[in-house]
Design a protein around this ligand. Structure first.
Ligand code: FES
Length: 595
């Protein structure tokens, strides 16, 4: 039996006065105002005795179906908080559903993060439980909590059970794209597609693939911000409720110890998460989200860290969209702890990184078992030996672009082809089904104006569908380049997040149909094959849209509102696409009383 690793964390002395006491301690008029009103919920007076008040920040919403069960889980968190001697208060927060919000949930990630930050700062809580699930809910709550830096812990809602259709697993999203292409190629009827719809979402929970939701749940766990094992437990498994209750117990002790996000989310923790993303074949969306979270907590994480740390990590988790299985099987195989153990044994984990447990990550995973080596593969059978995220640079992406090798076609990783340009998503939709479009499988599809400013909000349209006339030849992949994102459930040789984006005047804006483009993933290069002089001439002639707000689908031509704020202040994907004025940690001071 080895002794626990030393993390360097020293718990604060307890008891001490907590920030909630600024609202609830004493006998002043203001205290009676705060305390007395809360008593209308039937809380006894002795609950205001200085015990930790825990905000359970809940993204439950009927219109965020992936998080539809979080109200039930919140009751288990509350039970845990009560058991540990805390005082739980459930607080609804902005919930951006991936499958509902238009123009794209990503545009609202930063709004949600801003709302969460102020919900924490402006209210009498000493620590928070972040109840998350659907893609953007995890980063938005983690960003808001990081900017306040009160003790915080993540509870993920967990994935849905496997989808099954005609004896085969159906992966959320992954099969939506596959079936939709099969219908276009004439290999599946529309009636069969509708029949498959009934089989896709069999239970509560998030997408059952290693899509963005499961990736971000894994990132939270690898960063040390969730209890060990949190990421993979299915939403409807009783152990999800057990973990929720245990999380409620744990946050009370974290408040007493003053164990904060800035103690946990260090550079080492981010490196652990980046390597984990490579091992699980995680979503490219993790890149923008982790860069944004790091920016909030003040840790210097860059695209180069993604390439450096992920480059030599084998993708060993055999899950869709890169592999075969789904999250349910990942949980049965051992889940993320078994993967973290493998990383640790390979020397790819900072073992002494602190977690919400108060101890080192290695002490939580060093005995984790892998129960199915077809789900969590031996390294020699990895889906790819170079998982992670490839960061490409060149005259087409001076600030970087990303590609997920495990989801790409090996024969396209080095490719030179003729550009077929779509000026924006509407242009793409108008042309792609036209058999007169001059395109074949050797071409490179280029989509502009879908970045953080351009769409606006950086929609998941980078994996644009192939032209039907190419699909009908049995071709399933082509090189595609854009400043957009891609769903974590999607696949293909897709270059994403090209920065600077077209709408900000990046070189992508001046690519023309007929230009030759070279993609060299092993060489990390993305090159537009025109002379420097020609590129400079085109860039000098480029003009931004006359009225940027006219591009806003939510308020066409009108401008204003949050969409305007987003477009005016959003930063590039290469730094996390946060709003410039939200970066950094502002703490959670107790403001002046208004009465
Ligand atoms: Fe919500 Fe996938 S759409 S988790």
């Amino acid at each position: 039996m080895t002794s626990p690793l030393e993390t360097g964390f020293k718990p604060a002395p307890w008891p001490r006065r907590l920030r909630s006491q600024e609202w609830y301690a004493g006998q002043s008029r203001d205290t009676i105002y705060h305390r007395g009103w809360l008593k209308n919920q039937g809380y006894p007076h002795d609950l205001f005795d200085g015990r930790p008040i825990i905000g359970i920040l809940n993204t439950w919403s009927d219109l965020t179906p992936c998080n539809g069960h979080l109200r039930e889980l919140a009751e288990k968190v509350k039970a845990g908080v009560w058991e540990a001697g805390g005082f739980p208060v459930e607080v609804p927060v902005f919930s951006a559903s991936e499958n509902t919000f238009r123009p794209t949930a990503m545009m609202f990630r930063n709004l949600a993060a801003m709302a969460v930050e102020e919900a924490i700062r402006g209210q009498p809580v000493d620590g928070v439980v972040l109840m998350v699930g659907c893609d953007k809910t995890t980063p938005s709550l983690m960003m808001g909590a990081a900017s306040c830096d009160l003790p915080a812990i993540v509870v993920s809602g967990g994935p849905m059970l496997n989808g099954w259709f005609r004896g085969e697993r159906i992966g959320s999203g992954t099969h939506l794209w596959k079936f939709s292409e099969a219908v276009k190629a004439g290999e599946m009827t529309q009636d069969e597609f509708l029949e498959a719809e009934q089989a896709m979402s069999r239970s509560s929970g998030t997408c059952n693939t290693m899509g963005t939701a499961s990736t971000m749940a894994s990132m939270a766990e690898a960063l040390g911000m969730a209890l060990s094992g949190n990421a993979a437990i299915p939403a409807v498994d009783s152990r999800r409720r057990t973990m929720s209750q245990e999380t409620g117990r744990r946050i009370v002790q974290m408040v007493k110890d003053d164990l904060k996000p800035s103690d946990i989310m260090t550079k080492q923790a981010f490196e652990n998460a980046i390597r984990t993303n490579g091992a699980i074949g995680g979503s490219t969306n993790a890149v923008v989200h982790l860069l944004a979270i790091a920016g909030r907590v003040g840790v210097d994480v860059t695209l180069d860290d993604w390439d450096r740390c992920g480059r030599d990590v084998a993708t060993i988790v055999n899950l869709m969209p890169s592999g075969k299985y789904l999250m349910e099987e990942f949980f049965y195989a051992g889940g993320l702890p078994a993967v973290l153990r493998r990383l640790g044994e390979a020397g790819l984990l900072h073992k002494d990184a602190l977690t919400v447990s108060g101890g080192a990550i290695w002490d939580e995973v060093k005995t984790a078992l892998n129960h199915n080596d077809d789900v969590i593969l031996p390294v020699e059978k990895a889906l790819t030996q170079q998982g992670g995220i490839a960061v490409l640079r060149g005259n087409l992406a001076p600030a970087g672009a990303v590609l997920k090798p495990s989801a790409a076609s090996p024969h396209l990783l080095q490719h030179r082809g003729r550009a077929v340009v779509f000026e924006d998503i509407d242009d793409y939709k108008a042309k792609i089904n036209d058999d007169a479009l001059d395109i074949d499988e050797t071409c490179v599809m280029v989509l502009k104006n879908c970045g953080p400013k351009g769409y606006p909000g950086m929609a998941e349209v980078g994996n644009m569908g192939l032209p039907p006339k190419v699909l009908k030849k049995g071709i399933t992949d082509m090189v595609r380049i854009s400043d957009a994102r891609m769903s974590g459930t999607a696949y293909g040789t897709v270059v994403l997040h090209t920065s600077p984006e077209a709408a900000a005047g990046g070189p992508l804006a001046v690519v023309q149909t007929g230009d030759m483009i070279e993609l060299d993933v092993p060489g990390r290069r993305l090159h537009l094959d025109i002379s420097d002089e020609e590129l400079a001439r085109r860039l000098a002639a480029w003009t931004p849209p006359e009225d940027p707000s006219a591009a806003l689908a939510v308020t066409p031509g009108a401008g204003g509102g949050y969409a305007w704020l987003h477009q005016a202040h959003v930063q590039g994907a290469d730094t996390g696409a946060d709003l410039d004025f939200l970066k950094g940690c502002r703490g959670a001071p107790v403001g002046k009383d208004a009465h």
